[in-house]
Design a protein around this ligand. Structure first.
Ligand SMILES: Cc1ncc(COP(=O)(O)O)c(C=O)c1O
Length: 397
């Protein structure tokens, strides 16, 4: 029976991991996989997380089921972290929320929730978007389409084109937005764009759905969600999927949160039963460990301050690498405007070179990146900037 199903091709980005590992060039640079790395190329456990692990080890006294919501202190902490401690929607009890297995778990339950609302809904994603959005949404049975987003000529968002598409949408549409640090392009919506999207959502009646996986890795914990908070304050209903993989470095602990903002408390209570029911039908309940760690950090003043500082240091390092790369590129005198590198936010940028040039970067210079030319800026370090820039010069001419 199993012969009916073929072997699937390997994920191209995961394929790069193997190629990089086997590459013997001492100057090799891995800009492929999207994890934060320090100057030594290591994805270290944050010190605040290590301390929370120690506390957890000393205080956990049972492994019984945690319950459908997940760790309550985690879920409440994430609501405040994303929407603000004083957010009206939170204090009014309008947010239904569950802990999920990573941001992907939140996105997947959200997609099934949308399907349950109306199986004929269309989810609109940015062009381009994070590759995994497509299977996560499509396999829940929803149609997926893309709205114009990235302007390859400038490296910025083409908001007027995006808006033209949003103006055509209606109540059977869901618009998936990246909360900050757009993956894969690094081109973010401005606060004014978020205000205009809010107006459009209210005018056209589409449902906003925000994926936020990099809070704190752009301009700071609060600044990164300024637009999301505006949206939440000014629409009745929306969905938010968050991830603690990057900003707490909890990748393998699969720690995320799904929030559904309803019009009133009564509806939020009903939506709470719906998302719990969907989780139950999929995986019953989320793994608890990462939630305990985040709860401990967010509700301990000293640990929270330490975590915020570590996160701020990570964001500062990424910004410094952006500035350093641009400086080296300019010093090489490459005949192409790369100034978008310092305008873009978070870990990713599209270098805007073609697949042939990407291949040359890999094969001739051992510099690995996705075929789209998406680079993980955090994969750079101060010592390789000149090498990467000079290789780019050779490839771009
Ligand atoms: C845009 C975006 N959303 C969501 C996620 C989900 O991450 P995870 O499931 O590892 O928490 C990621 C991870 O790379 C991402 O880039």
């Amino acid at each position: 029976m199993f012969s009916r199903l073929p072997k699937l091709p390997a994920d191209p980005l995961l394929g790069l991991i193997g190629l990089y590992r086997d590459d013997t060039n001492p100057n090799k640079v891995d800009l492929g996989v999207g994890v934060y790395r320090d100057e030594q190329g290591h994805t270290a456990i944050m010190t605040s997380v290590q301390k929370a692990q120690q506390i957890h080890l000393e205080t956990e006294d049972s492994k019984t089921y945690i319950g459908p919501v997940g760790v309550p202190g985690f879920v409440n902490g994430i609501k405040s972290l994303v929407l603000g401690a004083q957010a009206q929607a939170v204090t009014d009890g309008r947010i239904a929320a569950i802990q999920t297995p990573g941001g992907c778990g939140a996105l997947r339950v959200a997609a099934e929730f949308i399907h349950r609302l109306d199986k004929d809904m269309t989810v609109w994603v940015s062009d381009p978007t994070w590759a995994n959005h497509v299977p996560l949404i499509r396999s829940a049975g929803l149609e997926i389409k893309s709205y114009p987003y990235f302007d390859a000529a400038t490296g910025d968002v083409d908001y007027e084109k995006m808006d033209q598409q949003l103006a055509q949408l209606g109540p059977k549409d869901v618009v998936l937005l990246h909360g900050c640090c757009h993956n894969p392009t690094g081109a973010d919506l401005s606060f004014e764009h978020w205000q205009r999207i809010t107006e459009r959502a209210n005018q056209q009646g589409f449902l906003p759905f925000v994926d936020i996986a990099y809070q704190g890795l752009g301009d700071g914990l609060d600044d990164d969600v300024k637009g999301v908070r505006w949206l939440s304050e000014n629409v009745k209903e929306m969905i938010i999927a968050t991830s603690c993989s990057k900003n707490f470095g909890l990748y393998r602990e699969r720690t995320g949160c799904l929030m559904v903002q309803a019009e009133n408390k009564q509806q939020a209570e009903a939506m709470q039963t719906q998302v719990q029911d969907l989780a139950r039908a999929n995986y019953s309940m989320s793994p608890a460990y990462g939630g305990f760690l985040v709860d401990t950090i967010l509700h301990n003043d000293a640990l929270r301050a330490e975590w915020q500082q570590e996160l701020a240091n990570m964001a500062t390092r990424v910004k410094a690498l952006r500035a350093g790369l641009l400086e080296q590129i300019n010093a090489q005198g490459i005949d192409k405007d790369f100034s978008f590198i310092t305008r873009q936010k978070g870990m990713f940028s599209y270098l805007g070179i073609n697949p042939e040039q990407v291949k040359r970067m890999r094969e001739e210079f051992s510099i690995y990146m996705a075929d789209s030319s998406r680079v993980n800026i955090a994969g750079l370090n101060t010592h390789c900037l000149e090498y990467v820039a000079s290789s780019l010069k050779k490839v771009c001419g």
